[in-house]
Design a protein around this ligand. Structure first.
Ligand SMILES: Cc1ncc(COP(=O)(O)O)c(C=O)c1O
Length: 439
């Protein structure tokens, strides 16, 4: 059978994909190395999105591959319910050396979505074990993306991710998002306008009363909705309001974790400390699925009470701290530290900013946003065809050997952190050519 025929492509129901459109004109990635993919027909494709924001150290890292192979041959699987294996403890200990001070406990999951649901559950249970069981509300933000579990879509704020799936979790409310073209279009780095939008939390406290609110979850930089940056002072203000009202602050760092902004985590980059951080993706360089929640000692200790033989948290996954994922994660961390990748974005961010903003004035471009090694080029939507122009841009870039990502009419860029300056130039030059060529 022709591997590219409709029939051969039929069985796999592709996630977050226009299946019929894709299967009529498939783009298959067959292999990868460093900054590049190779397509099924042997063309080299520059990866401007680190796979899906995950391959921070670049593709096909031998140390990770070897660690995975060794681990499979040593201990393929071990449960972590009432049992343990050495790599789980070693990986957790190593991770908390790079997390913000105070976030010194780790709960392992298998994806960002699971990490988010874990953090939300811990927030609710934390208040309950402390005798504040009335704190049951969760607050998210418009345009937020927190994965696809019921918890994540409930606090998330992307309408298509929510509207098909019933009434979601009860008792959830949302802050406004911080995207504002009128005040902030073409800001370089953090926008000046909009810190006051954090005061929405005060309004929700006034409406619901703090005694009913468990936690607020936000992405320090919103990624999936098209790269939306926090205005200067916004995250500090959110932290302050949470502190005043005893509300936990969760940073969803599934994309900002592991060096994307130029610090190990966004919390360190912004110097705002949350009570929990969710992570995944860069945790294992995308090689093996894994997620993790970083938790303060204060929260962990609140659970460590009562009889010593009682399970403290009724939560966990068969594959929490899977040995092969831990091996991949440890090897990834070694690379990040040895090659100083967790801070490399800081060295490149000025160059990156200059490069992406050089697309200002190119046809269709209505806004450009950047921070660390993240960029977004927002296009004017075609009349009555939202997303069509950006999708055509993606297809044309791919034909010219560049992988970008689109959400709506925004092109999002998040290259591996090993990117070199000439590759930054290639990304921008290709995008410029394509945008000038399409209507
Ligand atoms: C901020 C954020 N949270 C959660 C997730 C979900 O992660 P996963 O797809 O691994 O479940 C993502 C994925 O892009 C994300 O960007």
């Amino acid at each position: 059978m022709d591997p590219l025929s409709r029939q051969a492509l039929d069985a796999f129901w592709m996630p977050f994909t226009a299946n019929r459109q894709f299967k009529a004109n498939p783009r298959l990635l067959a292999r990868a190395d460093g900054m590049y993919y190779w397509s099924h027909d042997g063309r080299r494709i520059l990866d401007a999105v680190a796979g899906l924001w995950c391959v921070n150290a670049g593709h096909n890292r031998r140390e990770i591959n070897d660690a995975v192979a060794r681990q499979l041959a040593t201990l393929d699987y071990a449960p972590t319910f009432q049992m343990g294996h050495p790599l789980a403890f070693e990986f957790a200990e190593r991770l908390v050396e790079i997390t913000p001070a105070g976030l010194d406990h780790v709960f392992f999951a298998n994806s960002g979505s699971e990490a988010v649901d874990t953090a939300l559950k811990i927030a609710l249970a934390y208040h309950r074990v402390r005798g504040e069981a009335s704190r049951q509300r969760l607050i998210g933000r418009e345009k937020g993306y927190h994965g696809v579990g019921f918890g994540g879509i409930s606090v998330g704020g992307i309408v298509n991710n929510r509207k098909f799936f019933g009434s979601l979790l009860p008792g959830v409310d949302h802050l406004r998002h911080t995207l504002d073209h009128e005040h902030n279009a073409f800001s370089r780095g953090l926008p000046e306008w909009g810190a006051h939008l954090a005061d929405d939390l005060e309004r929700l406290v006034a409406l619901h009363d703090a005694s009913t609110i468990a936690a607020v979850i936000v992405e320090p930089v919103q990624g999936s909705a098209g790269v939306i940056l926090p205005p200067k002072g916004y995250l500090e203000r959110l932290r302050d309001i949470c502190d005043r009202h005893g509300i936990l602050l969760i940073f969803d760092e599934v994309i900002t974790g592991f060096g994307r902004l130029g610090a190990p985590f966004g919390a360190q980059f912004f110097d705002v400390m949350p009570d929990m951080i969710t992570s995944a993706k860069g945790l294992t360089n995308g090689a093996i699925p894994m997620g993790a929640v970083f938790i303060t000692k204060q929260i962990y200790d609140a659970f460590m009470q009562g009889p010593e033989n009682a399970i403290e948290l009724f939560h966990g996954y068969t594959y929490s701290a899977h040995p092969v994922a831990c091996a991949a994660g440890l090897a990834t961390l070694d690379i990040y530290l040895r090659e100083e990748l967790l801070t490399r974005a800081r060295l490149l961010s000025d160059e990156w900013e200059r490069a992406v903003h050089s697309l200002r004035g190119v046809p269709h471009v209505i806004d450009i946003r950047n921070i660390g090694l993240i960029g977004a080029i927002e296009l004017e939507p075609r009349p009555n065809a939202p997303g069509a122009r950006a999708y055509e841009t993606l297809v044309k870039c791919y034909e010219r050997g560049l992988l970008v990502r689109v959400t709506g009419d925004t092109i999002a860029l998040s290259p591996p952190l090993i990117i070199e300056r000439d590759q930054i130039e290639t990304i921008v030059a290709t995008l410029g050519e394509v945008l000038r060529a399409i209507d």
